[in-house]
Each structure stands twice: as C-alpha cells, then as structure tokens.
Design a protein around this ligand. Structure first.
Ligand code: DGP
Length: 113
C-alpha cells in the first residue's frame, strides 16, 4: 500500500529498529514505548487490522504467532509479557496495518483497558 507507514517500514523506506523478520512478518521496536520492551509484529501483507487478517493464508497467520514466541525468547521475557492488537476506532488503532504489540520487561497492570 503506497501510503502505509508500516508498509514503508517493512520495505526499508523508513528506518526501524528491527528485531525479527521472516517470510511473512517483520518486527521492530515501537517509536513510543509503553513498557521497557515494546515491540510491534506486523504482517508483511497489508491488511488493515486483525478483523481483516482472516483473509491471509494460514501459514501467514501462524508465522505471526510463531514470531511472538521467538521474540519473547530472544528478548528474555521469561517473567511474561502481554500482546495487544488494537482494532478500529474504539480500540484507538492509529496505524491501519495489522500489528501486534508485545509489551513486557516490567510488572504490567492488571487492567487491560
Ligand atoms: P496502534 O495505536 O495500536 O495502531 O499502534 C501503532 C503504534 O505504532 C504506536 O504504538 C506507535 C507506533 N508507531 C507509529 N509510527 C511509528 C514509526 O514511525 N516507527 C515506529 N517504530 N513505531 C511507530
């Protein structure tokens, strides 16, 4: 998608702090971290959000889940972490390219809203 920020990051047109990449997904550090470790895992194929991700092939969906586990291990998040995928206006999604936040490196709040 020509005007998509995350498509440009995936293509290397906008710099990012890459932490992981495979055939289907790309992961990099969030520019405005909300935890000591805050990583975004994005699908290389452009879909707007997790509701639209059902159009992706199973192997692409599985790759994202697999990437999360690999990143958690590489980042030594042995005490745990949280994943979040904001979808649409009510969830305050600000970049309309499906991504999953990985948050960790501290004791996170019990509340999730
Ligand atoms: P969301 O609000 O769930 O759509 O999350 C979008 C996230 O993307 C937000 O936490 C900030 C991050 N972000 C926005 N622009 C950039 C950027 O140019 N580089 C990086 N690394 N992260 C960005």
């Amino acid at each position: 998608m020509p005007d998509c920020l995350f498509c440009k990051i995936i293509a290397g047109q906008i710099p990012s702090q890459k932490v992981y990449e495979d055939e289907f997904c790309y992961a990099f550090r969030d520019i405005a971290p909300q935890a000591p470790i805050h990583i975004l895992v994005v699908s290389k194929a452009h879909v707007a959000n997790i509701a639209e991700a059902s159009s992706l092939p199973d192997e692409a969906l599985a790759a994202v889940i697999r990437a999360i586990g690999r990143i958690a291990q590489a980042e030594k998040m042995d005490n745990g972490f949280r994943i979040v995928s904001n979808c649409g206006k009510d969830a305050c999604q600000s970049v309309n390219h499906w991504h999953i936040h990985i948050l960790g490196g501290k004791q996170l709040s019990e509340r999730m809203d």
